[in-house]
Design a protein around this ligand. Structure first.
Ligand code: SAM
Length: 268
């Protein structure tokens, strides 16, 4: 029997990457699942970890919906920019590269240094798929990417910004805008009510305790500086209503609809 890989180094906020990974694993095993993530299944089966504490139909559906929305939006970017660069901030053990690789994209997974060894064991770098071991607030990663003289860049922040302070989120957005004019960003944000503790699920409420930043109207970030445009928003509650149970009604209340969303930002 093969020995399982320890994830002991995934402390604090980094442990949350196992939650989203597990949600994609569970969804893939559902016959009529929203997504198919065979790489997540392969990874989960190699890990020495009791995932059962993360069992939640709500998180599973939410992560599946957001994965589908992110995948479609990244695919659309790569259709227009086949040799573009994708920088996945707070990537964890994200498996999008394996679903979306078009043979040309340069793809960077950025996460904290403590996540790198586990990422190396389970995924590993290739010429067009690299790991950047930085905190997103340590802007040396920006210099590293600039040195590669990327063409069009898409930044992805899925399940990350809510764990940062508003001051840090602002610095990140403004640094990206200043260093990569003409770039784009796909950014998941939670609303202020979720940060204050609104939750209808015990697993979600444990995670919410770590949330720091929320915003109800993503367009408000356009006031942070010139050249920031929010060109599209997707509210998770609008999708796959058949999977939302009685919670589907919450999607009809505007303030609640804004609590879980994805925004497409353009910098100029
Ligand atoms: C909920 S997980 C999301 C992982 C992945 N994006 C996904 O959706 O499956 C949050 C991730 O953000 C990373 N993270 C948190 N704070 C960070 C920081 N300051 N810099 C870089 N990564 C960070 C954690 O290590 C973790 O991998």
């Amino acid at each position: 029997m093969k020995s399982l890989i320890s994830v002991a180094e995934l402390q604090d906020v980094s442990e949350t990457l196992l939650l989203t990974l597990y949600a994609r694993y569970k969804e893939t095993q559902k016959i009529d699942g929203i997504i198919k993530d065979d790489k997540a299944v392969e990874i989960v089966e190699k890990l020495d970890y009791d995932f059962s504490k993360f069992d939640s139909w709500l998180i599973q559906a939410g992560v599946a919906i957001r994965t589908e929305l992110f995948d479609n939006a990244i695919k659309s970017f790569l259709d227009s920019n086949p040799d573009g660069t994708v920088v996945n901030l707070g990537a964890g053990l994200c498996t999008k590269f394996f679903r979306l690789d078009n043979g040309f994209v340069n793809w960077y997974e950025l996460d904290l240094p403590r996540v790198k060894s586990i990422w190396n064991k389970l995924i590993g770098e290739t010429e067009r798929h690299k790991y950047l071991a930085y905190s997103v607030t340590d802007f040396n990663w920006i210099e590293e990417i600039k040195q590669t003289h990327p063409k069009k860049v898409l930044f992805v922040a899925e399940g990350l910004m809510m764990y940062l302070s508003e001051a840090d989120v602002k610095k990140i957005i403004l640094s990206i805008k200043d260093n990569f004019p003409d770039s784009e960003m796909l950014c998941e944000t939670t609303g202020k009510l979720v940060v204050k503790g609104l939750s209808l699920d015990s697993v979600v409420s444990k995670i919410n305790q770590m949330f720091q930043w929320g915003i109800n109207n993503l367009k408000d970030i356009e006031n942070w500086g010139n050249g920031i445009s929010v060109i599209k928003e997707w509210y998770y509650s609008d999708y796959h209503k058949e999977r939302q149970g009685w919670m589907v009604f919450l999607g009809y209340i505007p303030i609640l609809r804004k609590q879980a969303k994805l925004g497409h930002i353009k910098f100029s």
